[in-house]
Design a protein around this ligand. Structure first.
Ligand SMILES: C[S@@+](CC[C@H](N)C(=O)[O-])C[C@H]1O[C@@H](n2cnc3c(N)ncnc32)[C@H](O)[C@@H]1O
Length: 250
């Protein structure tokens, strides 16, 4: 676990609300296929160089362009300001942790986990490990010190290029994150998870609908239009007791 100052943390407490959109667009940069560079890596580099969110993330000290996705989701749903205990699943390189730290109250406990090491974010705890391990989940709960108000998951398994396999792997992570959220959230809590278009699996969605007051699917502007990702935002956790399918109720 770790926790020290960083550039994103420095803004915490600032009166100015972190803007969630890039301020402008530069001239389009073209990249020639150079020595030893494949067509696909040339395209990737061109896209990076022309992506206003990549430039804006660098300018503002965010570690990922993904930071803007959380800013935009929070602009719409407003779950960060009042959260006192927050979990960030799939936290590397730390963009969402930086945003959570900026927008949550100073006393909020923020705990992240990733398979990859995450450079310290001021006043946030990070566990390096596999979220799918029971021991890692227990460590997360211990570090939180009480029920969570917000469980975030931006976890993504490395893409295989095989659409069906990738879909199944992402959805397996979402299901595990949903199970964890249901065990960890306080009543009224919020669960936010990256899913793939084509939607959340029917069974999982039906279960979440019984256990949360509202379910939304959102595609923040910062999420590339060509990508199949979108975010599930489930608000108003009712607890498992509210689910007649498991509580034995009517
Ligand atoms: C898209 S990145 C997250 C970006 C992050 N939200 C940010 O703003 O910096 C997805 C992350 O999920 C992590 N991940 C995937 N499977 C995981 C697992 N089983 N346990 C922990 N982390 C996992 C990956 O290592 C990767 O760093």
């Amino acid at each position: 676990m770790s926790g020290s100052r960083d550039d994103g943390g420095r803004r915490r407490g600032a009166k100015v609300r972190a803007a969630s959109r890039p301020s402008g667009r530069g001239l389009k940069v073209r990249v020639r296929t150079g020595k030893g560079r494949s067509v696909s890596s040339t395209r990737w580099l061109e896209r990076q160089l022309n992506d206003p969110y990549v430039a804006e993330a660098q300018a503002r000290g965010y570690r990922s362009r993904a930071a803007f996705k959380l800013l935009q989701l929070d602009d719409r749903f407003g779950f960060l300001k009042s959260a006192r205990r927050v979990v960030d699943l799939g936290a590397a390189p730390g963009g969402w942790l930086q945003v959570a730290r900026q927008r949550c109250r100073p006393e909020a406990v923020i705990v992240g986990i990733d398979l990859q090491p995450v450079q310290a974010v001021a006043d946030a705890l990070v566990i390096e490990g596999d979220f799918l391990d029971e021991a890692a989940q227990a460590q997360l709960s211990d570090a939180l010190g009480g029920p969570a108000d917000l469980v975030l998951s931006d976890m993504a398994a490395p893409a295989t290029g095989h659409t069906k396999t990738d879909h199944l792997r992402v959805m397996a992570l979402v299901e595990e994150a949903a199970d964890f959220a249901e065990r960890t959230l306080a009543p009224g809590g919020t669960f936010v998870a990256k899913v793939l278009q084509g939607g959340t699996e029917h069974e999982l969605l039906a279960r979440l609908k019984r256990r949360f007051a509202k379910i939304h699917h959102a595609k923040p502007e910062a999420s590339r239009s060509g990508s199949a990702e979108m975010y599930l935002v489930a608000t108003g956790y009712r607890g498992p007791e509210a689910d007649p399918a498991t509580s034995g109720g009517p």
